[in-house]
Design a protein around this ligand. Sequence first.
Ligand code: ARG
Length: 407
Amino acid sequence: MSARAGVRAGDAGGCPVSHASDSPVDVTAEAVEFLHLYHEERRLPGVADRVARVREEIAVTGTYRHTGDELVHGAKVAWRQSARCVGRVRWAGLRVRDRRGVTTVAGIAEELARHLAVADNGGRIQSVMTVFAPDRPGVGLRARLWNDQLIRYCGHRMDDGSILGDPAQVAMTDAVRALGWHPPPVPGRFDLLPWVLETAYEDPTLVEVPRELVREVALTHPAYPWFEELRLRWHALPVISNMRLRVGGVDYSCAPFNGHYLGDEVGTRNMGDGDRYDQLLPVARGLGLDTSREDTLWREHAALVINQAVLHSFRAAGVRVSDPHTESELFMRFCAQEERAGRPVHGDWSWLNGSVGWAALHAVHHRYYDTRVPNPNLWQTDRAYGPAGVEALSLRQRHDVARRREG
Ligand code: ARG
């Protein structure tokens, strides 16, 4: 079970190490462990029979097929054990869409669009995961999305060397342009990136995101009318599309999932960070703060005001969003539940604690967490594009090689 040994890097891009290949022994051990967990937590009889059948299936095929209910429970447990997520009290309510039978680019694109609609739910955002076909043992992914989230904004390289839009998406924006995508005639700061989808039978394909399914919120501040002149906005749904779901020794590399936003993610990280939209200085100017010296704490002041704007605007637009105080209280409830159930609380302190809400010194700060990363879980995957993660072969080529090998 090499995934367990996955080292955790401290930086934001750091991630549990990816699985290269699995020996049938590992798969079996992980399968047996998961089936016991599943039968026990769901209070189901017959674990010995199920284990025996799965062992046979692995011996013949190198893997096995989860029942629909095993998949649903496995996905929920993967969320429950995700060390970085502060919203895990909701784990049992995850809506899992079992789409293992959908394997074409057109079919997957349609299901992604449905995912957006189901998750958006008129602004009362629901947590949803859509699971496509599992990876083939020894060969790899059957379907791959290049995007790290289903909704993201372009980072355009301008002639003068500056970046317009989200600097975090420059490499992806370059990648879609290389595939033949044309940016809008007048590029903006909030242009939607298209999806890039590939499968074992189809080359990387560009798909426009259905505009009408993308809810966005224009940011305004309850006390500062000038704030809206900054013309900032953000999308309502964070749908992570570059993580691999691993359940009982089976990898589902194409399994996009979403929750709803914590204000901090948009207000501090996406809007405030110097390598993202970098809005602290414009906001501090609007507030008339002295930015000539750090000890006026103008950065903290500006970040706080942007966070207020995010929470206010999302609420006013009827879009579900969490504030740090409510969320940390809910997280404490989750910890208590887990402890009552006799389970350790897996957690990454630096991710669970945000940057606003410190004044009340909520309880999430005042404890430590179990830093192991057991499966089921969600793992970072390699980038499908760009200098560091370039795949020499497309999925289709990789699968062709495997098919030839198998004769
Ligand atoms: N921080 C990421 C973003 O700003 C989203 C990560 C997932 N967040 C969530 N609330 N489920 O887009």
